[in-house]
Ligand binder design. Sequence first.
Ligand SMILES: CC(C)(COP(=O)(O)OP(=O)(O)OC[C@H]1O[C@@H](n2cnc3c(N)ncnc32)[C@H](O)[C@@H]1OP(=O)(O)O)[C@@H](O)C(=O)NCCC(=O)NCCSC(=O)CCC(=O)c1ccccc1C(=O)O
Length: 288
Amino acid sequence: MASENPAVPVDPAEEPTIWSASGSYEDISYETTADGIAKITICRPEVHNAFRPQTLIEISAALVEAREDERVGVIILTGQGTRAFCSGGDQRVRGDTGYLEENKSVGRFHVTDLHVQMRRLPKPIIAMVAGYAIGGGHVLHVVCDLTIAADNARFGQVGPKVGSFDGGLGASSLSQLVGLKKAKEIWFLCRQYDAQQALEMGLINAVVPLAELETQTVKWCREMLALSPFALRLMKASFHAAEDGYLGIQQLAHDTNLLFYGSPEAQEGREAFKAKRKPDFDQFPKRA
Ligand SMILES: CC(C)(COP(=O)(O)OP(=O)(O)OC[C@H]1O[C@@H](n2cnc3c(N)ncnc32)[C@H](O)[C@@H]1OP(=O)(O)O)[C@@H](O)C(=O)NCCC(=O)NCCSC(=O)CCC(=O)c1ccccc1C(=O)O
């Protein structure tokens, strides 16, 4: 809300949210706020926002857009309407070799690359969940960095009921969140859990009234936007480094390199090369 007294500064966390849409997508929408929030919405409410290959290709493109936009600091992933965040792979286009793109006869799992992209993306991604987060839709929220759920949210895996499973992040990240026994229960029994149960088992970060889902999620985003973006980037990479092995180390190491490039020591190497002279690294301390 704008402050009525100009002497009282407006708390950025309380500013109204104005979304600007951009891009030309069929299955999703991509919107941003002037203060640095991007929102990707799956727009297939007639199938509880189930994804087909095209949906995942578009989410991936929107994530690239959000990543490359230097104004964007936080990304929200959500589903259109109040009945579902996402119900997983669209079973109508599930072929015998994976999920089928239009006019293609050989299927694949586009989610594999998308999960990796979300995990490596150096900006926080928040799942904003109303209604069902089921099957591959449940895994999508698990892969997000944070999850804010409405009080009507329902969570669960259904793979073993419909002849599918996610032994990737859908197993490993899930068991990190809720523990091995609970993760096995979720997969082995295919039950549904309400938002309160999900909160209690550490699957999500907060439960809010449905009517406040977006304002509360935006509030969380704005709290993060007020923090150091590079510190958030390094923390995201650090959380995943051990589990991601060499590729986790690579992310952190290259981020260190990014910082090193800003130092006089690294710049001396570059300048010496360009001037075709011997670099003078003696001027820099051999740090303890
Ligand atoms: C979510 C439900 C429990 C909701 O039930 P209800 O409220 O009664 O609604 P419905 O009447 O069932 O649904 C309304 C409407 O939507 C259609 N629909 C819902 N979900 C899907 C879907 N996934 N695909 C296609 N269509 C869907 C439903 O048919 C209705 O349409 P009408 O025309 O009105 O009849 C319930 O809907 C439900 O259980 N849905 C199915 C959930 C499901 O089976 N999901 C797929 C699981 S498998 C998966 O997601 C794999 C994903 C993947 O690609 C993958 C592959 C390999 C490794 C990892 C992954 C990964 O993790 O992603």
